[in-house]
Design a protein. Structure first.
Length: 223
């Protein structure tokens, strides 16, 4: 089990492709100390003024990681995905350095399994996850879609016509459709938690929780 770490612990990000750069940039905006590492001198120069520290090094080398102080970090992200061999070598080095939390990008399920077996604590599939999210949004019924483990999802959407003008008990959202409306946003107002007495109008946005299949069927009501 991975130990709980400080919420503001410095982060080591290896690889400055789109995923690594986006991760490092967002961490910096959140006020986190970040060390980014890439083999490309051009990318390191580009990011040297955007994050706390940027270093050119070949992270496939354990000695190179030791020289930049990688073992002092409690969280590391291997954002290298274009080369499976490089990704595996880098994660193996991070494991050898006994870094408590190792996050790694994978480009396929087989790649992810290898990373998990050699010691990555969290494997991320950014391309696959983005594709799945886009597929749900393309129907036009949903405005945002976040899927968690065990087929559970949280979705922002317009309310289906059959539940409009009724409170959540009368419309039978949970009893009939097996989903839960957890939040409602009326025009010009912030999101508020939904209750059994909440009445959903034509102009509201709702946040719905449930399984992927149940939410898809709920979103298609009255269409």
């Amino acid at each position: 089990m991975v130990d709980r770490l400080k919420h503001d612990a410095p982060v080591l990000v290896i690889g400055l492709g789109r995923f690594g750069a986006a991760t490092a940039g967002q961490l910096d905006r959140l006020g986190r100390e970040v060390l980014v590492v890439d083999i490309s001198e051009a990318l390191v120069q580009k990011w040297s003024e955007r994050v706390t520290h940027a270093v050119q090094a070949d992270s496939r080398s354990l000695e190179a990681l030791k020289q930049i102080g990688a073992e002092d970090f409690s969280i590391a992200v291997c954002a290298v995905g274009s080369s499976v061999e490089a990704s595996v070598l880098i994660v193996a080095n991070l494991v050898d350095l006994k870094i408590p939390q190792i996050w790694a990008k994978a480009i396929s399920k087989s790649h992810g399994k290898i990373l998990e077996r050699i010691g990555a604590h969290h494997v991320i599939y950014p391309e696959a996850e983005a594709g799945e999210r886009a597929a749900h949004l393309l129907s036009g019924r949903m405005l945002d879609f976040i899927e968690f483990d065990d087929d559970f999802a949280l979705v922002k959407m317009y309310p289906p016509k059959p539940i409009r003008g009724l409170n959540l008990i009368e419309s039978g959202v949970r009893a009939k459709h097996k989903v839960t409306v957890v939040g409602v946003k009326s025009p010009g107002k912030p999101f508020t938690y939904a209750t059994a007495d909440t009445v959903v109008s034509d102009h509201d946005l709702i946040i719905v929780a449930g399984t992927e299949g149940d939410i898809e069927r709920f979103a298609a009501l009255g269409s």
